[in-house]
Design a protein. Structure first.
Ligand code: SF4
Ligand code: SF4
Length: 178
């Protein structure tokens, strides 16, 4: 947990991802029944353990500055251990969930951060949510960005990010099990 950061004003993780746990489940893209989008969690003091134990990337990773608060930037960053190719030494990557709009990937601080992660051989995924009740579309960014990062070409990095967003958003999404 990064000291000084709080969820105040943000309910992104109570809406965007699906939650599946023995004590509480909800599907993707819909607010939890206890979520007041203006005031936060209506049962905060007694919220389920799955919620108590959860911290998004912005709350847990000091290198993501305040511009990365999900409600502000439209991007939810989560650790991701799945689908990492064997040639990566690092076995935990980051998923960048672009839950609002492709334009959220065009900010300079986003382009620079993703370029730095790719240059440092950290696995980075771009995820785009489907309609409510459907899974996210996801792809590994590293092979798509490697050349542009090596050339230090910010415009090309931005172009790859937005075209990848469009490809994912325009594809088919898998329905989540009820
Ligand atoms: S997405 Fe992060 S900052 Fe927003 S409510 Fe969830 S844990 Fe808090
Ligand atoms: S119980 Fe509270 S913290 Fe958990 S998802 Fe619902 S609104 Fe969010």
């Amino acid at each position: 947990m990064v000291p000084g950061r709080s969820c105040d004003g943000c309910v992104v993780c109570c809406v965007v991802p699906p939650v599946k746990s023995p004590e509480f489940s909800k599907t993707s893209g819909v607010a939890c029944q206890h979520c007041d989008t203006a005031a936060g969690c209506a049962i905060y003091a007694t919220r389920p353990n799955v919620c108590r134990e959860f911290l998004c990337g912005w709350r847990s990773l000091p290198f993501l500055d305040d511009r990365w608060k999900p409600e502000a930037c439209g991007l939810l960053v989560l650790p991701d251990k799945n689908d990492i190719p064997l040639d990566f030494e690092r076995r935990v990557g980051l998923a960048i969930i672009a839950f609002r709009a492709r334009g959220d990937l065009q900010h300079r601080f986003v382009v620079e951060m993703l370029a730095g992660l790719v240059a440092g051989k950290a696995p980075v995924f771009l995820s785009v949510p489907g309609p409510p009740g459907f899974d996210f579309a996801k792809t590994l960014l590293n092979p798509l960005l490697d050349q542009a990062v090596e050339a230090r070409d910010g415009q090309r990095i931005e172009a790859v990010l937005t075209s990848t967003y469009d490809r994912l958003a325009g594809g088919s999404f898998r329905p989540l099990p009820a």
